[in-house]
Design a protein around this ligand. Structure first.
Ligand SMILES: *Cc1c(COP(=O)(O)O)cnc(C)c1O
Length: 414
């Protein structure tokens, strides 16, 4: 082998990284994270550490802890008890030392919530989607996955990592889905992956019609109920619970980090499917299991919301009031039947500007939502009022928005 005397050409790595960041600034979508602490028992009040004069009181309008369960006394008590009983971490993967009794109890509770034989916990909803979809398609050679075009990044990652064929259907368009299903070989395995509540547009999938197509074309179904678990249905089992459709879905996926207020993700399905994912999914196998403290909190939260609809009803009422107040004020709120209140801006720089003014001048915290979370040109502010946002808070918010809309000469609703 010849010795190489010439030095390798210099690569300016720092410049490459700086340019990547500069592109975000140029598009107005460089992300700034707000430094906050929530005040336990006083949701949606929090403290913001943005300035130099110590923390400033703010009202949180963009939390996915929709029902304030992250501060519920039962959840806090369960976590404290677990911490003092068994300590902080699980100590291992599920296979090696980390399979605690808390995990098993919670999986039973989640299986029951969705009327499935079993459930499986993951460290997050993202991981549950990525790991399950990637593994399922690998276990079924030749499988085709049909994916709604607005599916969450975690589902897209799983589908991509599976290496399988994929077909993307127009958002909630069952006719298009059927066209794609009909065009493929009837003998290959098929999986339809979609969400119940789409959290950015606040609309709901036609689950029954999609299940009809799954029956007709002999496909499996995978439903992400992340924004619906805890929130819909008599026991908080999601839209599939509300509509009595859980038994028609092959796999239901959810998070413990949004309405349940803690952290973690899961799937619920037949025992054999749970066994396959448990046995084959790297994202499940090769990682330390959730802290028993988190699992205990989630368990208390799931149990509470199975029995109590008060939080759900309060949340729905708050969302309806805020949508009405915004519409009355001529603000371009997206009409929806869900708990999410998207206010359309259509420009990343303006969305950021509105958010900055709200925080600096009004103590209102709502994050701008930009590409790639939503398509370019549909930038928005996404409000998630909950049972503890009062009507007085909402009126103040809408007055502030009205003033800013006028100041920045923004487009009003038609
Ligand atoms: C937030 C979200 C996830 C990921 O859940 P995490 O528990 O936050 O990782 C998955 N799917 C959808 C639709 C989501 O919005």
């Amino acid at each position: 082998m010849q010795r190489q005397d010439a030095p390798a050409p210099a690569i300016d790595y720092t410049r490459v990284f700086t340019q990547a960041i500069d592109r975000l600034h140029a598009e107005g979508r460089y992300r700034v994270f707000i430094d906050i602490l929530r005040n336990k028992g006083m949701f949606p009040n929090a403290r913001c550490f943005a300035g130099h004069n110590g923390p400033k009181p703010i009202t949180v309008w963009c939390s996915n802890d929709y029902l304030a369960m992250g501060q519920h006394p039962k959840v806090i008590a369960a976590m404290e008890e677990a911490l003092h009983d068994v300590g902080a971490g699980s100590g291992g993967t599920r296979n090696i030392g980390g399979n605690t009794h808390y995990h098993i109890d919670l999986e039973r509770e989640l299986a029951d919530l969705h009327g499935k034989e079993n459930a499986l916990l993951f460290t997050s909803g993202y991981v549950s989607n990525e790991a399950t979809l990637a593994t399922l398609a690998k276990v079924m050679p030749g499988c085709i996955i049909y994916s709604d075009e607005l599916n969450h990044a975690s589902m897209i990652a799983g589908i991509r990592n599976s290496g399988c064929e994929k077909r993307v259907w127009r958002h909630n368009d069952v006719a298009h889905l059927e066209e794609l299903l009909a065009a493929d070989d009837p003998s290959v395995p098929k999986l339809i992956a979609f969400e119940s509540v789409y959290s950015m547009d606040a609309d709901i999938a036609p689950i029954a019609e999609i299940c009809d197509l799954a029956d007709k074309y002999n496909a499996l179904t995978y439903l992400d109920e992340v924004h619906a678990v805890g929130m819909y249905g008599p026991r908080g089992g999601g839209i599939s619970d509300r509509e009595g459709l859980a038994d028609r879905l092959t796999i239901i996926e959810g998070t413990l980090g949004k309405a349940f207020g803690v952290m973690g993700g899961y799937i619920a399905a037949d025992q054999v499917i749970i066994d396959v994912i448990r046995s084959y999914a790297p994202g499940f196998i090769f990682t330390t299991s959730l802290s028993p403290v988190l699992v205990a909190g989630a368990l208390a939260s799931v149990r509470h919301l199975k029995a109590s609809s008060e939080e759900r009803e309060g949340q729905q009422a708050a969302a309806a009031t805020l949508k009405q107040l915004m519409a009355d004020a001529g603000l371009p709120v997206l009409p929806s039947t869900t708990h999410i209140v998207p206010l359309m801006v259509g420009d990343p720089v303006k969305a950021k500007k509105i958010s900055d003014i709200l925080l600096a001048e009004y103590g209102v915290y709502v994050q701008p939502i930009n590409y790639p979370t939503v398509p370019r040109g549909t930038e928005r502010l996404r409000f998630t009022p909950g049972p503890s946002h009062t009507e007085a808070m909402m009126r103040e918010l809408v007055d502030a928005l009205g003033e800013i809309w006028g100041r920045l000469e923004l487009r009003k609703a038609a």
